[in-house]
Write a protein that binds this ligand. Structure first.
Ligand code: ATP
Length: 332
């Protein structure tokens, strides 16, 4: 639910000119004092708001804050992120989202944190999560389809992040199958999907997304990922509003998810996914616990597996669960 503060912020952001106090009162059905209080709170949070008597209020500058009101004031989605939890610091937003699911929060509930102390990746890997520069968010879903469909949601999210980053920066954001979003051959985003299910019934799914946004220099990443990790700021030289990017990711995800559920496979999304797929027709090294092999990636199946043409011409279907894919001479 939007608060008075986030409603007022949204209206100020959308109007170029001054908005009178009376207009704010009438529009949201609140008192003059409530408007005055909300404006003061926004100023304390770092917003620069000009107040002129007889004219009203005008927003001059927003800080890159990740408050609940900043995100809600931008949100245009129907269900994604409509129930929003914002945490200054947490262990992992996936764990928080799981708890909210168990407490009965609805489909689409989203958790955003400024800092994670135990950010996780696939198969016990970690996600480096410093404060103040990046996005750590998890969207929780309560779908009514069978558990075997859930792994495709990782690809739906990868597509949504790649689209949102491309829209927000003009950079071409690529996808390294299945779930890494890559700019200029380096990773800017990781996605971790976790499923809580019975044999034939999904209780809930959480999809965690970490995006490196305003990390200023490669030295800010730990040594072991400095060659493979980057941020949007490093690649563009510009700071990007994290709240605006969160809103775009949620908007793209809502659209792509609603498309996905019409067929319960990726047939309507495969073309868009393939436009971002960096591995397409590229040589890949499949790191499989049962034995590594190389081949040429020919795209994905409608259920999200990578199709790899092995050296003997046989087409192999690669399932995301156990393997990692690398370029032949580097990360992509
Ligand atoms: P990969 O193919 O890169 O190993 P994965 O899909 O198997 O990725 P993920 O869960 O997506 O695994 O990512 C975890 C890995 O990403 C870590 O092992 C680490 O190498 C790298 N990593 C951790 N934090 C970051 C970060 N903030 N930015 C970029 N890369 C990171």
């Amino acid at each position: 639910m939007k608060t008075d503060k986030s409603n007022i912020l949204a209206l100020l952001r959308d109007s170029r000119d001054y908005v009178s106090g009376q207009q704010l009162c009438d529009q949201f059905g609140v008192s003059r004092t409530a408007v005055w209080k909300a404006i003061n709170q926004l100023k304390e949070e770092g917003y620069r708001i000009d107040a002129v008597s007889h004219k009203g209020y005008r927003l001059l500058k927003s800080p890159d804050v990740l408050s609940r009101s900043e995100i809600l004031s931008r949100l245009k989605t129907k269900w994604a992120g409509r129930q929003l939890f914002y945490l200054e610091e947490t262990g992992s937003t996936n764990i928080d989202a799981t708890r909210y699911a168990e407490e009965g929060e609805p489909h689409g509930t989203t958790v955003v944190a400024e800092k994670q102390n135990a950010g996780r990746g696939r198969r016990g890997k970690y996600w480096e999560s410093p404060p103040g520069t990046a996005i750590y968010m998890t969207i929780m879903l309560k779908p009514d389809f069978a558990p075997d469909k859930a792994s495709m949601l990782t690809l739906v999210m990868a597509l949504s992040v790649a689209e949102a980053v491309t829209e927000a920066t003009g950079l071409h954001a690529g996808i390294k199958w299945p779930n890494d979003v890559v700019v200029n051959k380096k990773k800017i985003c990781g996605i971790l999907t976790e499923l809580n299910a019975e044999m034939d019934y999904i209780r809930h799914v959480v999809i965690g997304v970490g995006i490196n946004v305003n990390n200023a220099a490669p030295e800010e990443f730990p040594e072991e990922i400095r060659q493979t990790a980057t941020s949007l700021k490093i690649e563009t030289g510009l700071s990007i509003s994290r709240a605006a990017l969160i809103e775009r990711v949620l908007e793209r995800f809502e659209h792509n998810y609603d498309t996905f559920v019409t067929t319960l496979d990726l047939r309507l999304l495969i073309e868009a996914y393939s436009r971002h797929l960096l591995n397409l027709n590229a040589e890949v090294n499949v790191l499989d616990p049962k034995g590594n092999y190389t081949g040429i990636a020919r795209g994905i199946s409608t259920t999200g597996e990578l199709l790899v043409e092995a050296e003997n011409g046989v087409m192999k279907t690669v399932y995301a669960g156990e393997v990692s894919v690398r370029g032949l001479y580097g990360y992509v």
